[in-house]
Design a protein around this ligand. Structure first.
Ligand code: NAD
Length: 505
């Protein structure tokens, strides 16, 4: 998609006034290597930093999805037959293109998602790291062979599934699509990407860069839209596997619907991550890490700190956290949240906790940025003396809000963590190796850390939570993704005539 200032004629279904307000032309689906006009209804895409209209995204229908699947199906045999060492050459070039275009790619993320420039750049670097892993798949995903009895050999070879799909959320417009695209495609699949309708522009750039890197037409399709497009992906008989990343509510819908048509599905959901802070923790490092974890990307990370369980005498650490949080300047260090509705939801969580007796130590509700009065800004907010039964301690807030629940012991802290229905991440801050090990063993989360605010496993390790943070088997990135995006063929052969006759004959 050419991301240029708006110049196209207004589409038939909106007024010329509305199309004229947008900075970019209408977003288009990318099918068979080119961008296609859509006759569908559109949704406005907003810049969350000032509320202005950036573009419009088409709401694709089942027909659009099926047309994209047909193109992908056509491309699938040739792509699957291309040796993996050749397939990954595309991704070596794609990684270079991500790095070369980091400024414009990061600027686009800032425009459509709101995160600040340093965070947007970090997102692109992470996309490059994910791609680097895909480049190593010929080494990592090679088959296995063993002589299992005299003259009899068993061999395992991995085959792609055919046409697969990825459905992605708004909070990482470039990185989360790249959780699935490089690995699934390098492993020989053709893909349909359905990005978030709130941040559709980055997906078009991904398709453009992959084409520039030499990806054959038809291997990746981008189909935009919302509920109808997602349902069509789940229902499509031509799609074999679906990865989903988003809220738990929709992860359950997608997992149930995709598996009802007998697809393979891995659906990552929301989170409520607990950081357990022990009294012996290093005060400076802990306070800086906890605040960075809860406020980074305006708290819109599925790995963000959400609940701090402060064990015993930790007031000196909390005091330092307050100082760190007050030093964060909205518009400079922290971007807006994604929408007016998100801002309202987050602020109502804070108000309810306050009304319930919790103490707001740092209040981000009045955040304003000069010249961006229409933006959806909320500053870092820290709320103390929250009780574990409050809604704000249990539900995903998805904003720059940290609640502090007090506990007397590490076991009491673990009880609070274990009671959560989610299970993405948990971390402990302590100087004691024994306490660290104890928490890592007993936290009910798929990704745990020690003295780390955001315990994201880096490749080749895989990303994935537990409980209501993930439905399906396995993980979405790293080595875990190889199993998900392929099927193993088990071959048993006998070439030695002296092998004799036994039960395998
Ligand atoms: P979302 O669930 O609203 O949307 C995700 C995708 O589902 C989008 O592509 C959207 O178009 C589609 N969708 C939305 N409503 C739908 C419906 N009714 N039927 C079918 N499809 C629908 O999530 P979001 O608001 O874009 O992203 C934020 C959420 O994603 C948070 O809950 C966050 O924790 C989660 N997330 C999780 C991870 C993880 O690894 N577990 C990573 C990133 C984000």
């Amino acid at each position: 998609m050419a991301v240029k200032p708006h110049q196209s004629r207004p589409p038939a279904n909106v007024s010329s006034e509305r199309a004229g307000r947008a900075k970019y032309p209408d977003v288009r689906n990318h099918v068979g290597g080119s961008f296609s006009e859509s006759g569908n209804a559109f949704l406005d895409v907003h810049d969350p930093s000032d509320g202005s209209v950036l573009s419009r995204v088409p709401l694709s229908t089942q027909r659009d999805v099926e047309a994209a699947v047909a193109v992908a199906k056509n491309a699938a045999p040739a792509w699957a037959a291309t040796p993996i060492k050749e397939r990954v050459q595309v991704f070596f070039r794609y990684k270079t293109l991500l790095e070369k275009n980091i400024d414009s790619l990061a600027a686009l993320i800032t425009e459509e998602n709101g995160k600040v420039a340093s965070e947007a750049r970090a997102e692109i670097l992470k996309s490059a790291e994910l791609t680097e892993f895909a480049c190593s798949l010929p080494q990592i995903a090679s088959g296995e062979v063993l002589e299992v009895s005299k003259g009899v050999e068993c061999r395992i070879e991995r085959y792609p599934l055919g046409v697969v799909a990825a459905i992605t959320p708004f909070n990482f417009p470039n990185m989360v699509p790249n959780w699935s695209i490089p690995n699934a495609i390098a492993l020989g699949n053709c893909m349909i990407l359905k990005p978030s309708e709130m941040v559709p522009l980055s997906a078009g750039r991904i398709a453009e860069l992959l084409r520039e890197a030499g990806l054959p037409d038809g291997v990746l399709q981008v189909v935009h839209g919302g509920k109808e497009a997602v349902e069509a992906v789940c229902d499509s008989p031509g799609i074999s596997a679906v990865s989903f990343v988003g809220s738990t509510k929709i992860a359950k819908v997608v997992y149930r619907r995709a598996t009802a048509t007998l697809k393979r599905c891995l659906a990552l959901g929301g989170a409520k991550n607990h950081l357990i802070v022990m009294p012996d923790a290093n005060a400076e490092m802990t306070s800086a890490n906890v605040v960075a974890s809860m406020s980074g990307c305006a708290g819109q990370r599925c790995m963000a700190a959400s609940v701090m369980v402060a064990v015993s005498k930790t007031d000196h650490i909390i005091q330092k956290m307050v100082e760190h949080a007050k030093g964060i300047v909205p518009g400079r260090d922290i971007g807006p949240v994604i929408s007016a509705a998100a801002k309202e939801r987050i602020e109502s969580f804070i108000a309810e906790a306050e009304a319930g007796g919790a103490k707001v130590l740092v209040d981000g509700r009045k955040a304003t940025v000069a010249g961006k009065e229409g933006g959806y800004f909320i500053g870092p907010t820290i709320i103390d003396h929250v009780t574990a039964d409050m809604r704000i301690a249990q539900e995903e807030v998805f904003g720059p809000v940290l609640v502090i629940v007090r506990a007397e012991s590490v076991d009491e802290a673990l009880e609070v963590e274990n009671a959560s229905s989610y299970g993405n991440a948990a971390s402990v801050f302590t100087e004691s190796g024994a306490t660290a090990r104890y928490v890592m063993e007993h936290a009910s989360a798929g990704m745990v850390g020690v003295n780390v605010g955001v315990p994201v496993p880096r490749e080749p390790f895989s990303f994935g939570g537990w409980n209501d943070s993930r439905f399906g088997v396995g993980d979405i990135t790293g080595r875990g993704s190889i199993e998900f995006w392929t099927q193993a063929k088990k071959m048993t052969t006998k070439w030695n005539r002296e092998a004799g006759t036994n039960w395998m004959s």
